[in-house]
Design a protein around this ligand. Structure first.
Ligand SMILES: NC(=O)C1=CN([C@@H]2O[C@H](COP(=O)(O)OP(=O)(O)OC[C@H]3O[C@@H](n4cnc5c(N)ncnc54)[C@H](O)[C@@H]3O)[C@@H](O)[C@H]2O)C=CC1
Ligand SMILES: O=C(O)[C@@H]1CCC=N1
Length: 250
């Protein structure tokens, strides 16, 4: 997220990162290893540590936050009530679930906030998120683990798909390096085409399939007994359920 914000012109002097390693983050960005005595007025705090670290981090950070500090969390499986319990002072609290392509400005960020959060803060945070890619406000927090499974975890599932397409080509005798290049370029071109198309991906799939041709035979394998759909549903369910377990502290 920071990479993209800096690329879009965010002044690095406005950013401070707290990370225990103290390793540099980006040119001009201050890195600290301990909490300062106070935060400047107007600070937005973005939580990006592992979800299970919330209590440890709150012990040092919560006393620095005021009603005016805006709090944005990207912690998976961490509902807004948990954030408010650990960080009671801020009025404005937003859950954001980004995915890795935000670094290119081609990510997806699911967003949720509650009624206590000011409309102006919501608008400011929407503006902050806008350069990262597609932003989707969720009306129902109960769906947050579901959208995390779809778009937050989604890049990993797509990377697996690219790898599997490549390895399947290799299994059919295509040299490994060529199969890898062709699988990646096929997914990239197809995603770009789907993004620009006026018809759905399902219709596009049918357009590739010449009647009685090769593609239809392949689609028949993916479609038999909803094989691909069931596989992906099971995948999202497993990821979603892990989010629910993390919210229970497991
Ligand atoms: N990896 C992904 O694609 C996504 C991750 N997330 C969330 O981002 C968070 C980080 O996950 P990863 O990037 O996988 O982990 P990571 O290990 O890359 O990042 C963890 C960060 O926490 C910092 N940290 C460790 N201890 C700390 C402490 N006591 N106080 C403050 N900072 C501390 C580390 O310096 C490190 O930068 C998690 O909450 C995860 O749920 C959310 C969306 C997508
Ligand atoms: O694996 C995780 O828990 C986080 C959530 C979305 C992507 N990574």
């Amino acid at each position: 997220m920071l990479t993209r914000w800096l690329a879009c012109g965010l002044d690095p002097a406005r950013v401070t990162v707290l990370r225990p390693s103290g390793k540099p983050v980006a040119h001009g960005v201050t890195v600290v290893t301990a909490y300062p005595a106070a935060l400047p007025a107007g600070t937005t705090v973005l939580l990006g540590m592992k979800p299970y670290q919330i209590a440890d981090v709150a012990a040092g950070l919560a006393p620095l936050l005021t009603a005016e500090t805006r709090l944005v969390s990207i912690l998976a499986g961490t509902p807004i009530a948990d954030l408010r319990r650990h960080f009671p002072a801020p009025r404005d609290v937003v859950c954001a679930m980004p995915n890795l392509p935000v670094g290119l400005g081609e990510g997806v960020v699911a967003l949720y906030t509650d009624a206590a959060t000011d409309a102006a803060a919501k608008a400011d945070i929407a503006a902050l998120i806008a350069p990262l890619g597609l932003a989707e406000w969720m009306g129902d927090e109960a769906l947050f683990n579901q959208v995390t499974a779809l778009s937050g975890c989604g890049p990993a599932f797509l990377f697996r798909f690219i790898d599997a397409l490549s390895r399947a080509g290799e299994a059919l005798g295509i040299p490994a390096d060529q199969a890898a290049r062709m699988a990646l370029a096929t997914v990239q071109g197809s995603a770009n085409m789907a993004a620009r198309a006026s018809v759905s991906p399902a219709t596009l799939a049918d357009q590739v399939a010449s009647p009685g041709g090769m593609t239809r035979q392949g689609l028949n394998v993916l479609d038999a007994d909803n094989r691909l759909l069931d596989l992906l549903t099971d995948t999202l369910v497993a990821a979603r359920d892990r989010g629910a377990a993390m919210a229970r502290g497991e």
